[in-house]
Design a protein around this ligand. Structure first.
Ligand SMILES: NC(=O)c1ccc[n+]([C@@H]2O[C@H](COP(=O)([O-])OP(=O)(O)OC[C@H]3O[C@@H](n4cnc5c(N)ncnc54)[C@H](OP(=O)(O)O)[C@@H]3O)[C@@H](O)[C@H]2O)c1
Length: 288
């Protein structure tokens, strides 16, 4: 079986390294910058963790560059200059925003390069490992590396999402909306409950069944049919009461409420439950 190297054994590097090791892929080496990260990586990955990225890369047939996005290209160039890549090696990074083009330096040394982005969130090792099965991996890059990417995804219990190289930033922007902005929206809801002195934990407990139910409905019906609430019903007086109370209690949250409200008016019109007259009235209240 091909040997793996993990350059940047942080959250994603540790999760992918540990999961693939569990599936029988031998881990040749890893690299971390700091002593603390090296010690943690050694414990989790049970392999030699170098403080020299070139040696760590050279040890693997499949090299994961799992550093922060902004240094992938630089780290790849450093390794290439130091002679860490060779013909036939597969070099992957896991950034959602960048394409495989940032690995050009490895390709110049004969390696096949791919971007291999798990469409998943990895805040830590345990939850990361639990979330992997069923995760989609957006893959693009050299055709010669695709068979290996397919093998890796199958071993991880995931599925492949093939995307055009030039659309990578748009693909990632959508992922950020679905993941990060959803988190921010929950934070906004908690802030509104905080105004009423409802503690965060109680507010979270109360909102959780609503959030879970909404997610189930979106997955089953799609956003259009899952939409309920005052905008979908054309309940103008309710929107008016929201805006009045928010102006008194949390005016700083109104621009976001209004922007999303305007988008929701359009969605409700597409759903067909919001009459044109009510849509115009609500849009006006929302500053549209
Ligand atoms: N976390 C997620 O939810 C997630 C999901 C999908 C994709 N991704 C992508 O996965 C990649 C890694 O993200 P992450 O969350 O795992 O990051 P992370 O936890 O911050 O880990 C980054 C790793 O890179 C090393 N590193 C940092 N700067 C470096 C440099 N200048 N040169 C060499 N190594 C360096 C760090 O070493 P030290 O610890 O020693 O500093 C660490 O081992 C990113 O491209 C990210 O976009 C992340």
């Amino acid at each position: 079986m091909k040997q793996l190297s993990v350059i940047g054994a942080g959250n994603v590097g540790k999760v992918l390294g540990a999961a693939l090791k569990e599936k029988g892929y031998p881990l040749a080496a890893a690299f971390c910058r700091t002593d603390l990260s090296r010690r943690t990586a050694e414990q989790v990955l049970q392999c030699f963790v170098y403080d020299d990225k070139c040696r760590a890369a050279a040890a693997g047939d499949i090299v994961f560059l799992t550093t922060p996005d902004q240094v992938i290209e630089e780290v790849c160039s450093d390794i290439a200059e130091a002679g860490g890549f060779r013909p036939g090696q597969i070099v992957l990074h896991t950034s959602g925003a960048h394409s495989s083009a940032v690995l050009a330096a490895a390709r110049e040394h004969g390696a096949h390069v791919l971007s291999f982005h798990p469409l998943q969130t990895f805040p830590g090792l345990e939850v990361g490992l639990q979330s992997l099965p069923g995760t989609f991996f957006a893959v693009e890059g050299d055709a010669e590396g695709f068979a290996v990417a397919e093998e890796l995804v199958a071993a991880l219990g995931g599925k492949i999402l093939s995307i055009p190289t030039e659309m990578k930033p748009l693909y990632h922007a959508a992922a950020c909306v679905a993941c990060n902005y959803l988190v921010s929206l929950m934070d906004v809801a908690l802030k509104m409950y905080d105004v009423m002195d409802i503690p965060v934990q109680s507010a979270m407990e109360a909102l959780s069944p609503l959030i879970q139910g909404t997610l189930r409905n979106i997955a089953a019906l799609g956003p259009q049919q899952a939409l309920t609430g005052p905008i979908a019903r054309g309940d103008v007086s309710t929107i008016l009461s929201h805006l009045g109370k928010m102006e008194q209690q949390c005016p700083e949250l109104m621009p976001l409420y209004k922007e999303l409200g305007k988008y929701t008016v359009d969605l409700a019109r597409r759903k067909g439950t919001l009459e044109e007259v009510a849509a115009k009235e609500i849009n006006k209240l929302l500053g549209g």
